[in-house]
Design a protein around this ligand. Structure first.
Ligand code: ATR
Length: 279
């Protein structure tokens, strides 16, 4: 890295921020592409978000990723919103425009690219989603956009899931103990969007009844630490494929990078990142 008077500054804002893997990913891509930039972590507290965004703009920071707890609050601080970010109601990427920053949601595009990578065809297929939080929102937007036929959302709080997705015509909301209401005549793509199973509580799965997994033809867990969750194990034990969320993480970063730098990142960089980060 060679910092000079023309170095572009990018970063990630969050609280906490010490654990973030984004600087390693973005600086790796910049290094590979020979881009003159630096990507740094910014510890921004909730009540400092507006001042941080204003200050970043004045300092000429080209773009930033936005993580917990700011993904929703940042909507109030941007000058423009891309359609998917508006529809999802969450922003994880901001890039400077003439009048301020423009907000994007690359969790959504990262998820789409992950499905594509694994050749998981969602169009006209029935899907089961576990969870109804922030990550699930981006997943639901993707599933609707691709055209899943029917989506069963299982969540601990049915009321919250109904509030999030209850108005969508092809969605049915169930509790985790009601999974047997899902017709057994079909097999389902299952997307695990809860935080259950995330390290250090790695031996947990939000679905306790093993018979549930007979419904699943292929599974995607958004969790990537550990690299094989209990959810994934149960699917694989039945001879089916299951993937973790590492590629979604990589692709959301690549999508952000492409927006920041207005250029395409080749897939060999995605593969190199996967090799570097897969444990
Ligand atoms: P994220 O941004 O990662 O999606 P979130 O918005 O806090 O985080 O959502 C977490 C999801 O995991 C929710 O679906 C949550 O269920 P509730 O909506 O009922 O809160 C789910 N979740 C978290 N801890 C859980 C637990 N112990 N058992 C079941 N579900 C859990």
């Amino acid at each position: 890295m060679n910092i000079d008077g023309k170095t572009t500054v990018l970063g990630v804002m969050g609280d906490p921020i010490g654990h973030t893997g984004s600087p390693a990913i973005h600086n790796f891509i910049a290094d590979r592409l020979g881009d003159n930039l630096v990507y740094v972590p910014f510890h921004v507290r909730r009540n400092g978000l507006a001042a941080a965004v204003e200050g970043a703009y004045e300092l000429g920071i080209r773009g930033m990723n936005v993580t917990v707890p700011h993904k929703q609050d940042i909507l109030q601080e941007v000058a423009e919103l891309e359609d998917s970010a508006l529809a999802i109601g969450a922003v994880n990427t901001i890039v400077r425009s003439k009048s301020g920053y423009k907000g994007f949601n690359t969790d959504f595009s990262g998820f789409m690219r992950q499905l594509d990578h694994y050749s998981i065809i969602v169009y006209n297929k029935p899907v089961i989603m576990l969870g109804a939080g922030g990550a699930a929102r981006a997943v639901m937007y993707a599933l609707q956009k691709i055209g899943a036929s029917r989506i069963y959302v299982l969540n601990r709080s049915k009321a919250k899931a109904k509030e999030e997705f209850g108005k969508l015509p092809n969605v049915e909301i169930l509790g985790f103990d009601e999974w047997d209401k899902i017709p057994g005549s079909e097999k389902y793509i299952c997307i695990q969007c809860t935080s259950v199973g995330l390290a250090p509580l790695s031996n947990e799965c939000v679905i306790k009844d093993d018979d549930f997994f007979d419904l699943v033809s292929v599974g995607v867990d958004l969790i990537y630490v550990p690299s094989e969750t209990v959810f994934m194990k149960k699917i694989k034990e039945r001879g089916n494929k299951a993937y973790n969320g590492l590629r979604m993480l990589i692709y959301q970063a690549i999508s952000s990078y492409e927006i920041f730098m207005d250029k395409e990142v080749d897939n060999d960089i995605a593969e190199a990142l996967y090799e570097k980060l897969d444990s």
